[in-house]
Ligand binder design. Sequence first.
Ligand code: AMP
Length: 281
Amino acid sequence: MLIFTKIDELQYFLVQKKAEKKSIGFVPTMGALHAGHISLINSSKKSCDLTVCSIFVNPTQFNDKKDLERYPKTPERDLEMLKKAACDIVFMPSAQEMYPEKDERVFDFGYLDKILEGDHRPGHFNGVAQIVSRLFDIVKPDKAFFGSKDYQQVMIIKALVELLHYTTEIVTCPTLRDPDGLAMSSRNTLLNAKEREVAKIIPKLMQEAKSLKDKGKDVTEIKEHIVSELNMRGNYELDYFTICDARTLKELKSFSEAKEHIALIACYVGKIRLIDNISLN
Ligand code: AMP
């Protein structure tokens, strides 16, 4: 496994591999890796000749400074996991390397970056677009792999690809979960034992939303039920629970308004903000 910290050295290496007609798969991450990240590496390895994983905690996508400061960093463990997964190339740049100057670009994704995560984390998706476009310009991947746990992020990345005319294929991969259903996340390591115990209600409620729909309940009834379940418990602070058209992320009032439906949640357990989603089809 080769480790690069400099953009020009990585580019020099990749240009040669592309000349040899090797296809490049790319998995961008912020480190503190878990099995969910490794599943993206495995998907890339299955369909590409070479897999590049980047580890970079991107400051421009954090609207909350404290969140950035406490974001977990486990570089040695990450490298061990990537080596074990037979990842070919790791790119671990410094912030100075990625942003020698302030990135002033402002992307407009219409309503898509203003709702849900965009609404609760102003500037978040602009920062995501800044870093992903920089990484795509460096790696020029044939395919890039993203997790559907960050459902809105995948839609933003697809919009970015259209906006900047990238030829990279965006591959969406399923969410890996702990045995009790909690979606794996680097942030889970920040939960204390009690918080980790209460966090498992999130996937339980998402499953409940699905079974309520299967029983014929409509959007408003399901939303009311889930929100009151959470409020009753009191250990959570809900940012949103909503049901949307899975293709557009427009919020629904009734299932009849769309063909594919998705429920999305963001809530705090203690100081840690967790997100999850479930397809309701
Ligand atoms: P992050 O390091 O949190 O920025 O995530 C890097 C990539 O891993 C993103 O495409 C995430 O959607 C994806 N990812 C995060 N958690 C999971 C998970 N539990 N299962 C699958 N992919 C995930």
